[in-house]
Design a protein around this ligand. Structure first.
Ligand code: SF4
Length: 222
């Protein structure tokens, strides 16, 4: 029996996760979606709008991202050379109260790692790295093995970027998990702040960060 086969057999608990996708609905009040970490790291106000106020609008970037994920989210597994791949699998962590669907998990030479697909090119910010690190934390808990690497696949450049799951990245991810938990628990709205990120944000027209800042200053001055 190969090293990969041993590892596959040792994660039979995955079938629980796969077969209980419906339990996501009952879990989601207690568990935070992994994607929320990405949105929070991008902008806490955006995360609040999406996950507390239930607001979402598409723009060019979100539509491209959704169609990319629709193409790759066909549940299934198989081998690519020596590497075993499983697509669109639900991951969860009881320790960190996380749940989310991974685009692709691979097992190569006894090493598990997640691969997250993104539109465009490598981002300027670290929000994608936090998301894939959160997947790695779930994978560690589900397999009982250390996950030292992950990958981000950028569709426009057709390149995989290696993300090392360093202690520093783990700590940043855990701090973001705690911040998102606190946000969802309190429902308290973080103030919108106009930054470069607003230019690509699909919520710009409803958020109007400059107008909100002006109004805030006006109210403070009264
Ligand atoms: S427009 Fe800017 S401040 Fe408003 S949600 Fe988007 S990124 Fe955040």
């Amino acid at each position: 029996m190969t090293q990969n086969q041993n590892s596959i057999n040792s994660v039979s608990s995955w079938s629980y996760v796969l077969s209980s996708a419906t339990s996501y609905l009952s879990l989601q009040e207690e568990y935070i979606p992994i994607a929320a970490l990405n949105h929070y790291a991008y902008c806490p106000h955006r995360c609040w709008r999406m996950f507390c106020a239930g607001e979402f609008f598409d723009n060019q970037y979100t539509i491209e991202g959704s169609s990319l994920h629709e193409r790759i989210h066909t549940v299934g597994d198989g081998n690519r050379g020596q590497t075993w791949q499983i697509r669109a699998i639900w991951l969860k962590s009881d320790q960190y109260r996380l749940i989310g669907r991974a685009d692709l998990i691979e097992l190569d030479n006894g090493e598990w790692y997640p691969v997250e697909y993104k539109r465009g090119h490598k981002g300027e910010w670290d929000n994608d790295q936090l998301q894939v690190c959160a997947q790695a934390l779930c994978l560690e808990e589900m397999t009982g093995k250390s996950v030292n690497n992950a990958y981000l696949y950028y569709a426009h450049s057709h390149q995989r970027q290696l993300v090392e799951i360093t202690e520093q990245l783990r700590q940043s991810t855990i701090a973001t998990i705690e911040a998102v938990q606190q946000l969802l628990r309190s429902g308290k709205m973080p103030k919108p702040t106009k930054t470069k990120r607003c230019d690509k944000c699909s919520l710009y027209s409803s958020c109007l960060p400059q107008a909100s800042e002006k109004l805030g200053r006006y109210l403070e001055a009264r």
